[in-house]
Every structure is written in structure tokens, then in C-alpha cells.
Design a protein around this ligand. Structure first.
Ligand SMILES: C[S@@+](CC[C@H](N)C(=O)[O-])C[C@H]1O[C@@H](n2cnc3c(N)ncnc32)[C@H](O)[C@@H]1O
Length: 105
């Protein structure tokens, strides 16, 4: 629904990991999502991803690594310091979280 090349950043933090194998098709971040992200981001725009689910992190990073319109990017320290509510809970419980950022070429 977003206009083409209308965003400088997409932040996708702790989307539902759908941990059961039969439910993984419901995950938001997949190959199709990388295409949608490419369409709505301006050139140089960045997708920021966070999850506590190792398997989902592997899926997210594989999907963006496979899309040649994106390259791996840094998460700025200023942004990295900002924690979502879920992230604060995970950290309080000692649950490890993973992050990655991909920039549209
Ligand atoms: C985790 S929230 C994300 C909220 C917000 N983006 C944040 O970071 O605070 C998304 C939904 O995913 C479901 N969920 C269940 N277990 C989860 C998990 N381990 N990680 C992320 N989402 C989970 C819950 O239904 C939850 O309401």
C-alpha cells in the first residue's frame, strides 16, 4: 500500500517468529518481503531487523543476502541504543537478540 520509493527506512522489530515448522510460511520477512522493501525504499534506504529467534534471523539474513538490490549495512549506534518494549523484556530474561541492517542499492 505504500508508494514506490517513499521511505528512507523500514524498522521490523521482533515480528512474530512462528516457531512451529508448519507455520513458518506465515513469517513476514521472506524473499517476497525483500522485493516489497526494495519497491518502497528510496535508493540508499535501509531495512533494520531485530529478532530473538535464531532460525528466523537466519531466514531474514538469507533472504536479504540473496536479493542483489541490497547490501549489508551498519546499524547506527544512536539507533542501536533504542530498545523496544519486547526487547527490554527479552534482555531482562537473559534472552539473546539478533540484529541486522540492509541498504537498498
Ligand atoms: C513481539 S511483538 C513485537 C512488538 C514491537 N515491535 C516490539 O519490538 O516491542 C509481535 C507479536 O509476535 C508474537 N510473538 C510471540 N512470541 C514471540 C517472540 N518470541 N518474538 C517475537 N514475537 C513473538 C506476539 O503475538 C506478539 O504480539
Amino acid at each position: 500500500m505504500l508508494p514506490r520509493e517513499s521511505l528512507r527506512a523500514l524498522h521490523v522489530y521482533f515480528p512474530d517468529p512462528w516457531p512451529k515448522r508448519k507455520h513458518r510460511k506465515n513469517r513476514l520477512v521472506n524473499a517476497r518481503f525483500t522485493e516489497l522493501a526494495r519497491r518502497v525504499l528510496t535508493p540508499g534506504g535501509v531495512v533494520y531487523l531485530r529478532t530473538d529467534d535464531e532460525d528466523y534471523f537466519a531466514q531474514m539474513t538469507a533472504a536479504f543476502a540473496a536479493n542483489t538490490d541490497f547490501c549489508l549495512a551498519e546499524m547506527p549506534a544512536e539507533l542501536s541504543r533504542i530498545m523496544t518494549d519486547f526487547e527490554k523484556d527479552f534482555l531482562a530474561k537473559g534472552v539473546n537478540t539478533r540484529r541486522a541492517a540492509y541498504q537498498r542499492r
